[in-house]
Design a protein around this ligand. Structure first.
Ligand SMILES: Cc1cc2nc3c(=O)[nH]c(=O)nc-3n(C[C@H](O)[C@H](O)[C@H](O)COP(=O)(O)O)c2cc1C
Length: 177
């Protein structure tokens, strides 16, 4: 069975609505490791060796986070900086992650129509996610179609629950890839 590692980055989980529902939906799934990066590293002092070991033990990585300033909360950037080392993830001899897959799972406050030319956010989400896509590519990993939920503040409680079920479904699908 494919092993999935969900790396979750939310600096204020106690205030979260949508991500809190999403993570609840993927707890305790066989073959799925859930890791809350802010809980593990409240001071952002990431243990890169532990993180690299975890990467090696899994086939598919999920970067789950709310969209913050057209990117991810800071700990995910720190994770990329310290874990994806030269000689491990890229560069000479850096082939340890080659063949794995990565998926972003993200939530945005802005609605889908804001993410286009002439829209409030000018760029498409796909364009804004290029650094994640290219990071995966450089490491020889396939960047899968992101799981995206937009306009999250407007969601009803029923819609939140529907999205949570859809997320669980997507993670199940990843596990069967
Ligand atoms: C610091 C910060 C930056 C944000 N930047 C963006 C942004 O660039 N684009 C956007 O659509 N929403 C942005 N938002 C809204 C969040 O994406 C939204 O609050 C989050 O997805 C809700 O998830 P939660 O209920 O799990 O907290 C931002 C929110 C915060 C607090």
């Amino acid at each position: 069975m494919t092993r999935v590692l969900i790396l979750f980055a939310h600096p204020a989980l106690h205030r979260s609505r949508i991500n809190a529902a999403l993570i609840e939906a993927v707890q305790g799934m066989e073959g799925v490791t859930f890791r809350d990066l802010y809980e593990e590293y409240p001071n952002l002092n990431i243990d890169f060796e532990t993180e690299q070991e975890l990467l090696l033990e899994h086939d598919i990585i999920v970067w789950q986070h709310p969209f913050y300033w057209y990117s991810a909360p800071a700990i995910l950037k720190e994770w990329l900086d310290v874990v994806l080392e030269y000689g491990f993830a890229y560069g000479e001899g850096g082939t340890r992650l080659a063949g794995k897959k990565v998926m972003s799972a993200l939530t945005t406050g802005g609605p889908a129509e804001a993410y286009q030319r002439g829209g409030y956010n000018h760029y498409t989400l796909k364009e804004l996610l290029a650094p994640f896509d290219q990071t995966a590519r450089l490491c020889g990993m396939e960047y899968l179609e992101p799981f995206v939920i937009q306009n999250v503040r407007q969601l009803t409680n029923e819609e939140v629950q529907k999205w949570a079920a859809l997320y669980r479904q997507r993670v199940l699908e990843l596990r069967n890839l």
